[in-house]
Design a protein around this ligand. Structure first.
Ligand code: SAM
Length: 231
């Protein structure tokens, strides 16, 4: 297996244990029971060829990945918590094999096939993998990933997604609300911050902004945005 990038997660209040605990205690309100309507509405704006390979960073066990497979795309995801990846394959009834990483025994890749499509979900900290690990990617679908990162990690995260996907176009979903009212995750992200993270590499188009609800704080005024990042 190719060389692993030697970058470690910087210290922050959302260390791996934070997410392990969320999955272990099933505190996963971010996990959607339905395919995201904005994904369905706007995925075609990426203008992908059939059988393109879509990268889903911080994928959890999102059934959006199942929708992508149903549409005829291959999927590669990265998720820190192994039980989330196991739950995805078991709940969706997809049989899998596990490929071990030759250099790092903490990293593995669950591989499965559904219809004619392949799905590969890496169990790893996204900052420890390189483009040679995840292979060719045609597009990125970022839902609840950038907004799961605390502000101090976001520049590093956005650069890592750019590097891993080799500047592939992205469909990016973000939330905007008054961060003084509530601590993240999910974090509020402004249009200016998206420019800051991505404008050196992409043209940024806001596709839609609509009222949304945070499960953990239903009374708050929240807007959800979807962006197309393209060359
Ligand atoms: C808010 S959830 C979103 C999951 C998925 N995108 C969805 O829409 O349901 C964020 C996920 O990122 C994972 N995660 C957090 N930090 C990570 C990291 N550094 N590398 C890989 N995965 C990470 C967490 O375990 C969690 O499953």
């Amino acid at each position: 297996m190719p060389h692993t990038k030697n970058t470690t997660n910087k210290g922050n209040n959302m260390n791996p244990e934070f997410w392990q605990e969320r999955w272990q205690n099933k505190r996963i309100g971010f996990n959607q029971p339905e395919v995201n309507p904005l994904l369905i509405k706007y995925f075609s704006t990426l203008d992908l060829l059939a059988s393109s390979r879509v990268f889903v960073p911080l994928c959890g066990k999102s059934i959006d990945m199942l929708w992508l497979i149903d549409q005829g795309y291959d999927v590669v995801g990265i998720e820190l918590v192994e039980s989330a990846v196991q739950e995805f394959f078991i709940e969706q009834g997809i049989s899998y094999t596990i490929k071990a990483h030759s250099e790092n025994s903490n990293i593995k890749c669950y591989q499965g096939q559904l219809l004619s499509q392949t799905i590969e979900l890496w169990v790893a900290d996204i900052f420890t993998l390189g483009a040679d690990n995840i292979g060719h990617v045609d597009a990125v679908y970022d839902r609840a990933a950038l907004i799961a990162m605390p502000p101090e990690l976001r520049p590093q995260y956005s650069q890592q997604v750019i590097d891993l996907s080799q500047n592939s176009p992205q469909l990016l979903l973000t939330l905007n609300y008054d961060q003084n009212e509530r601590a993240g995750p999910p974090f509020s992200i402004t249009h200016e911050q998206i420019q800051q993270y991505y404008s050196a590499h992409y043209q940024i188009n806001k596709l839609e902004g609509k009222a949304s609800v945070l499960n953990a704080a239903p009374e708050m005024a929240v807007k959800e945005y979807i962006w197309l990042l393209s060359q």
